[in-house]
Write a protein that binds this ligand. Structure first.
Ligand code: HAM
Length: 490
């Protein structure tokens, strides 16, 4: 695992390295997906697309991104750190298909939620016309798999994690994509307050291991089903009384999804939300007790949090404790954007397994937005010490030397020494020029003579000093000279 360090100076160095990579790959770093357009999975603006095809240039889908080579180190860093922490805490990986029957999402996330009513990428199968949707989130598919594979009989609690792409047909903007990536964790079979606290503690550990500091947990409770029914009546009454002050969308939500009015980003809605009765004042003793226990444990575990009644989450399956992890900017601006900037979110969902046809099973889960976490890593100036440039350049000077060079490359790769090469080039000068451009500190040269006597010339690019080393000892000799600390073990 690579280490991290925060430094503005290094950031500049990294930029330099990135631009070198850009040159090497000859790729444009302009964002894909700024044009085109799909609506619920079907092509929109076909005429426009045809024009693009006629011109011979097709753009990537809108709101979906290519992850270019120079970005990969962030992805590896985040995903590998997550896997290491989750495996360490005994979560087991589960992969589910990218498509599920649409009914799975309508029944779990809820018909009136934005995700289901507006954001599904849906398709129909050719034969039966069955409706399938690209998964917009991971919890419903994991619950489906939990029931389908009889995981109820596994030792409890059952702890599952997943990593992969998810799809929401939303208006693309900074931090909000149509294809985004999450890793998530779900626990089945525990009703204990300690399970929520443990999950937030694990998430906090993970953020710490990533080197992040500027974030906090926003926590709330939705109470139990009876509390919520009671509260919804009072809330609807308040919203109806203030109906004319609400945005058009929130007016509609009074009947369909009144809780969502509380986390609306619209200023007028927020004023009405600020004066609304609070769910926390309508909790049963049991629900209040449970929530207090969670908060006390978080205090002990030193997880940074604030209780925020506006956190209601945009999915219908939650019961009890819910939370979001939001960036804390010095100016406090982004933190107030709430859900849109959240790095992660989750909560308890005790009714979902039963709603999807399983036995009554308490459950808790949360998911992390990988793109947003990477954005936060960059924003906090965290430098990944794992470098992605080559440490060595392997140059060769004849057809036979090309074959010897490839055998040397295999040895370097096995020893995890990063190298660059160009078996397509001939002549020393073009190869040395390339080695310099890629920033390799060492060049291994193999010519006719070296092929004959099984040696290589090892040249230090900076000093120009060179020595002859046997091919058998090359790895060892390089390891002595290269700062091994900078070789990523990812
Ligand atoms: P969610 O809050 O919808 O929850 O998504 C979790 C995280 O995914 C968000 O906090 C955010 O970082 C990221 N995310 C969501 N939508 C987008 C988007 N359009 N573009 C970029 N990033 C996005 C869930 O998905 C629940 N399944 C979490 C959960 C697991 N609850 C229980 N278990």
């Amino acid at each position: 695992m690579s280490g991290t360090k925060k430094s503005q100076k290094n950031k500049a160095g990294q930029r330099e390295r990135s631009s070198r990579n850009d040159n090497r790959q000859g790729q444009k770093t302009t964002r894909a997906g700024s044009g085109g357009g799909v609506k619920n999975g079907t092509a929109r603006g076909a005429a426009g697309n045809h024009k693009a095809v006629e011109r011979g240039r097709i753009k990537g889908p809108r709101g979906m991104h290519d992850v270019l080579p120079q970005e990969q180190k962030y992805w590896e860093y985040v995903v590998e750190t997550a896997k290491m922490v989750l495996r360490g805490w005994d979560w087991q990986r589960l992969d589910t298909p990218l498509l599920e029957e649409t009914a799975l999402f309508t029944r779990s996330i809820g018909e009136d939620t934005d995700i289901v009513s507006k954001e599904l990428f849906e398709t129909k199968t050719r034969g039966s016309g069955a409706r399938y949707s690209l998964r917009p989130e991971g919890t419903a598919p994991v619950v489906r798999a939990y029931i389908e594979h009889g995981m109820r009989s596994w030792p409890k609690p059952v702890k599952l994690y997943y990593v992969g792409p998810f799809f929401r047909y939303d208006r693309p903007q900074s931090g909000r994509y149509r294809q985004m990536h999450q890793f998530g964790m779900e626990v089945f079979g525990s009703a204990a307050a300690a399970t929520e606290a443990e999950m937030m503690y694990v998430a906090n550990t993970l953020f710490q291991q990533l080197g992040l500091e500027d974030y906090t947990f926003h926590i709330n409770t939705l109470g139990d089903a009876a509390d919520r029914q009671e509260y919804l009546k009072v809330l609807k009454e308040h919203l109806r009384r203030n109906r004319r002050k609400l945005s058009r969308e929130s007016k509609e939500r009074i009947t369909t999804n009144p809780l969502r009015v509380l986390d609306s980003k619209d200023e007028k809605d927020q004023q009405v939300a600020n004066t609304a009765p609070q769910l926390i004042d309508h909790l049963s003793e049991e629900a209040r007790d449970h929530f207090d226990k969670v908060l006390r444990m978080l205090d002990e575990l030193e997880v940074p949090y604030e209780v925020k009644p506006s956190v209601v989450r945009g999915l219908d399956y939650y019961t009890g404790t819910v939370w979001e992890v939001v960036p804390k900017s010095p100016e406090g601006e982004r933190a107030d954007l709430g859900q849109q900037s959240s790095l992660a979110g989750g909560g308890r969902y005790d009714g979902l397994v039963k709603r999807l046809g399983g036995k009554d099973t308490p459950a808790v889960g949360m998911a992390f937005g990988i793109e947003r976490i990477i954005e936060q890593i960059k924003k906090e100036g965290i430098e990944l010490t794992a470098t992605d440039g080559p440490q060595v350049f392997v140059a060769q000077l004849s057809d036979r030397a090309k074959l010897a060079a490839m055998k040397v490359m295999k040895k370097l790769q096995e020893a995890q020494i990063r190298f660059a090469e160009s078996v397509d080039r001939d002549g020393m000068q073009p190869q040395l020029k390339l080695a310099d451009r890629l920033g390799a500190k060492w060049v291994v040269v193999i010519g006719q003579k070296e092929v004959m006597d099984g040696s290589v010339i090892l040249r230090n690019v900076e000093s120009g000093m060179q020595e002859v080393v046997s091919q058998d000892n090359l790895v060892e000799e390089l390891q002595k000279r290269i700062d091994l600390g900078s070789i990523s073990s990812l």
